[in-house]
Design a protein around this ligand. Structure first.
Ligand code: UDX
Length: 438
């Protein structure tokens, strides 16, 4: 099939390359010249495992091409994918202006009938609305085709999805979109446009709810001296609960969960439904990221002049994305309270951060840790979890406070090395066996 992909962020660039790999002829367009230049050079701006190789291979095979939106004035493709952003508005609802713009752009250039699969996260009811407003007098057919790609694993997730959701009002259009995924083994869910939109939000909100739920259990464990690790081990063998998305810590970040949960709350309100549960999910998540600041205040009293190392900036390992990363909020709070903040991350580009609140960046984690009195593990990068902890103990200063914001470290080992260890919902371990923990 001949396919046009509009918007080449992490969803669009992966979709374009993966569809070309599957044998389709794909044109990818974006309005950002540097995105196009980077992809043409085989160096995508976003870090996605396997993407650069896939792009290079498909371009060399002649099935994948990238153009700036201004370079295209007519389109002969029969299928389009819209993969532009839908950022959150201050009200909580999503901003659909980029989707609207993409539909207009396609409409102005399509030379024949065009089935448009919208992968951007559009709120329930938004697709029908856009269709009526933008496409009523055109030969474009709107199909909701939400994506469930995880950042850092997006190429893998494209080829091995848990399901493919296609929401359309026309069976032929559904089948045309389904044909894009031929050869991929996964259940197909065919539905109407609005239900497909709800599926996307329900999936993200449910996963976010699991995370906030286990964080609340962890907070309770902290209060009563129980172990959340053991609780998870005890509940997750039940297939009705399962082991995934039960990792307690500093909560969820990224470009999807925070925005989509807020948007679902907003959309519910607008439609006359008070979705109380979501409000709690959001407030638990906001609270989690403040935990390390409380822990430091408890130990140091005032944080003025206290050297603190933040280990990790990305919202999760395997990506250089810092959108809604707990690290930014922690960095801001520590800096505001006068701490001397040093930050490390193996992949994030410091110069791209919108604000750094006077913190200093060190690519080498040992440099960030040298002389620090406290360290906070924010992102469980393997290279940070696997630091040489005896050496870290040597370069840090008293009281060697280590806040493990992802419960990714071994408390027994760290305490035996002389660290003062704090996890989330993990019992406090004493360095002298049998002695009451501090
Ligand atoms: C998510 C969804 O998984 C994906 O299906 C959707 O398309 C986009 O949003 P992503 O944002 O890439 O993907 O990250 P994910 O791996 O799901 O993690 C989201 C956040 O939750 C991260 O900040 C992660 O650290 C946190 N998390 C995840 C937890 O705190 N605990 C967990 O148990 C799991």
């Amino acid at each position: 099939m001949n396919v046009i992909v509009v918007g080449l962020g992490y969803v669009g660039s992966v979709a374009a390359a993966a569809l070309a790999e599957a044998g389709h002829r794909v044109l990818g367009v974006d309005k950002e010249p540097r995105v196009i230049e980077a992809l043409r050079d085989g160096r995508p701006l976003i870090h996605e495992e396997g993407l650069a190789e896939l792009v290079a291979r498909c371009m060399a095979a002649g099935r994948l091409e990238f153009l700036h939106t201004s370079e295209v004035d007519r389109l002969d493709q029969e299928t389009g994918l819209v993969c532009v952003g839908t950022p959150g508005l201050p009200t909580g609802g999503p901003d659909l202006s980029q989707v609207r713009e993409a539909l207009r752009w396609l409409k102005a250039r399509a030379t024949g009938p065009l089935v448009v699969a919208v992968k951007s996260t559009v709120p329930p009811g938004g697709g029908l609305h856009l269709m009526r407003q933008e496409l009523s007098d055109s030969r474009l057919e709107y199909v909701a085709n939400p994506e469930f790609l995880r950042e850092g694993r997006a190429v893998h997730d494209w080829f091995y999805p848990d399901r493919i959701v296609i929401g359309a009002r026309d069976r032929k259009a559904s089948e045309q979109v389904a044909a894009l995924y031929e050869g991929i083994e996964a259940p197909r869910v065919f539905t109407d446009i609005t239900s497909a939109e709800v599926i996307k939000y329900a999936a993200n909100a449910f996963l976010a709810t699991k995370i906030s739920f286990i964080n609340e259990i962890a907070n309770l464990c902290d209060k009563i001296g129980a172990s959340v690790d053991d609780v998870v081990a005890g509940i997750s063998p039940d297939p009705r609960i399962g082991p995934l998305f039960l990792r307690p810590g500093l909560g969820y970040g990224g470009s999807c969960f925070p925005k989509d949960v807020r948007a679902l709350d907003f959309i519910s309100l607008v439609n006359g439904h008070n979705f109380e549960l979501l409000r709690s999910v959001i407030s638990v998540n906001n609270r989690q990221r403040i935990l390390p600041v409380h822990a430091l205040r408890e130990v140091f009293g005032s944080l003025v002049g206290v050297p603190v190392a933040l280990l990790g900036l990305a919202f999760k390992p395997g990506t250089n994305d810092v959108r809604e990363s707990p690290a930014l909020e922690i960095m801001r709070l520590l800096a505001e309270q006068g701490a001397e903040v040093r930050v490390t991350d193996p992949m994030v580009r410091w110069d791209d951060l919108p604000e750094t609140w006077g913190a200093r960046f060190h690519r080498d984690p040992m440099e960030a840790l040298a002389g620090a009195r406290a360290a906070i593990l924010v992102t469980e990068w393997p290279q940070l979890v696997g630091l040489e902890w005896p050496r870290v103990r040597e370069v840090m200063e008293e009281p060697h406070l280590l806040f493990d914001g992802r419960n990714a470290l071994d408390p027994g080992l760290l305490v035996s090395l002389g660290f003062r260890y704090r996890g989330v919902g993990r019992p406090r371990v004493s360095s002298v066996e049998g002695q009451a923990p501090s």
